[in-house]
Design a protein around this ligand. Structure first.
Ligand code: ATP
Ligand code: MN
Length: 463
């Protein structure tokens, strides 16, 4: 169908004075008995185009179905607008109604809705200004991520979503099975007989593509993954989803410093991309939710991230005199309140914390000479806390194997992972960025459920 997107009406001066054809959903209709004004949105931009209906040309009867939420097709003359805040409007010549929206039942009437209310209407909330803005920003960030890595010569590697390795330790897993749960096959000792299951073994949804990513990096040099990840963590926080998207670059011949440099360049690139390409949407969100949004985004771009060891970070927290809900001491897994204290109060810019105690980090991280810490790095952001987690990987077969044995990690299905260290092992590093945490930061939203179209959280898999 021939139409002009509303976003193009506002950025194509040559269209003024021409006849245009637009299609979209009605946000509001108001006016008097001579003229009616319809604000139309088609999702291409936060901006509505105003359509002017002269009641000498259109009857009440014709306009009656044009209510909030209905979908219409209008042709008319694009003219410069006198009204405040809009550069162009359309003088309607023809009107076609595609679909009506009963004012008594359409839930998104023009009054402002709470985000909680809209979560219950997640199937329709993309039609609101807020979610239109968030989803356009999300899309732009996804593109920026591919652009960043492709321009650097990284290859996009597709790692499996169904996995038989249960040792990554990043979080609890969702089991995948075709067994009849009401009639489970049993082995002689009474446990479930997974040899009768679809894959002939127990499988689950992946918590991370990293281990397979390492196979890619040690062949292609540098790869990134960008796909869904699943964690059955029963943590109802504003920063955790059961299904989220993760970006995991993995690079051969990168040490921890190279890894930090890449992580910093990468997030800055994404934020700058959003500021350059999603200005209207970010300005809208700033105005509605977060007056400091743009200055916070620019603040992150302006300065180098602080780089600090976990040990020094803990010292700062211990000496701060601040009363934290969770105790802080060397060896403690830092909570988001601790991370945010360092970023928001102490340094007032993002912090990359390195060299964590080995006992609170994964088995594959490179062990430091001190025997106590590993070459981990977490990137901590204002308002978010941890946005990236990564490390230099242990490249030494014996050290890695010893650690696996110490931790009693079931490696029977992981022989292939150790082959990266058995054959042509190289220093390498990587990290994982939680996509929704990045979208949270860029949009200024405060609940992760509001930056993914259909959130999956404990007790919620609607839509
Ligand atoms: P956290 O301590 O915040 O739970 P984590 O240490 O479990 O995070 P990693 O295993 O290092 O996280 O995962 C890498 C990145 O994925 C994190 O830095 C974060 O941005 C993101 N992430 C982790 N868990 C979730 C989740 N449940 N929902 C959304 N994003 C997540
Ligand atoms: Mn976690």
């Amino acid at each position: 169908m021939k139409r002009t997107k509303i976003v193009d009406l506002f950025r194509t001066p040559e269209l003024v004075g021409k006849e245009v054809s637009v299609m979209g959903w009605v946000r509001t209709r108001r006016g008097n008995k001579h003229v009616q004004f319809v604000a139309l949105n088609d999702g291409s931009t936060i901006k509505n185009v105003q359509i002017v209906f002269d009641l000498e040309k259109f009857s009440d009867e014709q306009l009656k179905p044009v209510t909030t939420g209905s979908s219409i097709h209008v042709t008319g003359l694009l003219v410069e607008s006198m009204g405040k805040g809009q550069s162009v409007e359309i003088q309607a010549q023809t009107l076609e109604v595609f679909g009506t929206a009963d004012p008594d039942t359409y839930p998104l009437q023009k009054k402002g809705h709470t985000l909680e209310f809209l979560r219950e209407k997640a199937h329709l909330r993309p039609r609101t200004n807020t979610f239109g803005a968030v989803l356009r920003i999300r899309s732009a960030l996804a593109f920026a991520i591919h652009k960043f890595f492709q321009e650097k010569g990284f290859f996009y590697l597709h790692t499996p979503l169904i996995t038989a390795s249960d040792c990554e330790g990043a979080g609890a897993m969702f089991q995948v099975t075709t067994l009849n749960l009401n009639d489970l096959p049993r082995t002689e000792d009474g446990s479930v007989d997974y040899s009768a299951d679809f894959f002939g073994k127990s499988t689950a949804l992946t918590v991370s593509g990293q281990l397979e990513g390492e196979l890619g990096a040690t062949a292609l040099g540098a790869i990134y993954t960008f796909g869904p990840t699943f964690r059955a963590e029963n943590s109802n926080t504003p920063r955790h989803l059961a299904e989220f998207w993760m970006i995991e670059p993995e690079m051969a011949f990168y040490d921890i410093t190279d890894n930090m440099d890449l992580a910093e360049e990468f997030v800055k690139y994404c934020i700058r991309y959003a500021l350059d390409h999603c200005r209207d949407d970010i300005e809208f969100l700033q105005q509605m939710y977060d007056p400091d949004l743009i200055s916070r985004l620019k603040g992150v771009l302006a300065e180098d991230f602080v780089r600090l060891s976990y040990t020094d970070g803990v010292k700062i927290l211990e000496e701060s005199g601040h009363k934290f809900e969770f105790p802080v001491y060397w060896g403690a897994d830092l909570q988001s309140e601790h991370e945010r204290y360092l970023v928001e109060h102490h340094f007032k810019r993002p912090v990359i914390l390195t060299d964590y105690p080995k006992d609170i980090k994964a088995f594959y991280m490179k062990q430091n000479e001190d025997g106590k810490t590993v070459r981990a790095m977490d990137v901590l952001f204002p308002k978010i806390g941890e946005i990236i987690g990564g490390s230099e990987r242990e490249a030494d077969f014996d050290k890695l194997n010893t650690r696996i044995e110490e931790l009693d990690i079931p490696m029977k299905d992981m022989w292939w992972y150790l082959d990266t260290r058995r054959f042509g092992s190289v220093p390498h590093s990587g990290f994982g960025l939680g996509f929704e945490r990045l979208v949270l930061f860029v949009t200024g939203m405060t609940n992760i459920r509001d930056v993914i179209p259909f959130p999956r959280t404990p007790n919620n898999a609607e839509f």
